[in-house]
Ligand binder design. Sequence first.
Ligand code: HEC
Length: 178
Amino acid sequence: MKNVVTILVTLVTVCLAACTEAPPAGPSGAELLTPFKSEMQQALKAGMAEGPVKAIDACRLRAPEIAKALSVDGVKMGRTSHKLRNAANDGPDWARAILDEYLASDAEPEPVTRSLGNGRAGHVEPIFVQPLCVVCHGEALAPDLAAAIAEAYPDDEATGFRPGDLRGVFWVEYPETQ
Ligand code: HEC
């Protein structure tokens, strides 16, 4: 009888532990953005190896493809900016709001994760201009490149940046797991 009680107590304890354990957490916003950031960087580098005018196509075609391929299972991601080259990259309101907070503050922008309600979470990371970026987003573009960009993006606002400037944000929204 004592043995049976011991077994029962053990079973109940194991069950309670299993039942009260938090559900497994899904990937964080930062983890979800990692492949997006590295694939974008690779696409840009591969494009630049063929020259900046060719690399425009890498940005124009590959960026939405990469974002779409990684936007599965209720996950959506992209890039947006206060100075857009492509108006289609306007991004969700909650991500624009965080970008506006970055711009309004003197503090160094840091990644932000927020609950969006409806069981969804949002995560944003600042994008800073690197020396490579000013080839296409800087103050003085090579004439052939400027012409190609003007043709593809007549409403381009994404020039005049210097290395270190805030260029925009990566954003991702995903189901909250807890
Ligand atoms: C070869 C030229 C080129 C280079 C170099 C380049 N970009 Fe771009 N960038 C573009 C083009 C073209 C687009 C528009 C892509 C599209 O249509 O979605 C773009 C779009 C963006 C966007 C999306 C918001 C918007 O304005 O539409 C961000 C953010 C961005 N670039 C950041 C960067 C950063 C950061 C770097 C450096 C690591 C960089 N770019 C280097 C050409 C370039």
